[in-house]
Design a binder for this molecule. Sequence first.
Ligand SMILES: [Zn+2]
Length: 90
Amino acid sequence: MKTICQSCGMPLLNHNRAVEQGTFLSGRYCDKCYDNGCFIDRDLSIDDMKKIGLTHIKKSKDLSGLRRAVMLVYYPLMLKRLDRWTPGSK
Ligand SMILES: [Zn+2]
């Protein structure tokens, strides 16, 4: 099982892990990205996801200034390595 969502990069916990085909926990995606066997927003591009993620990081009150700065740099790099945005990984 993955520890971060392979679409948006958010930490995966049991309560936000998306359901695959109605029975199994997918283990790969969170419930904001994936539901019942498919992506919720199928037309989303990696650039769209990057914008959403960076906005979320900028607004997050849980991050200190330094951690936020690190996340803003790290997030786009991390996104590129996730299964959803890596051609051929299924
Ligand atoms: Zn996600």
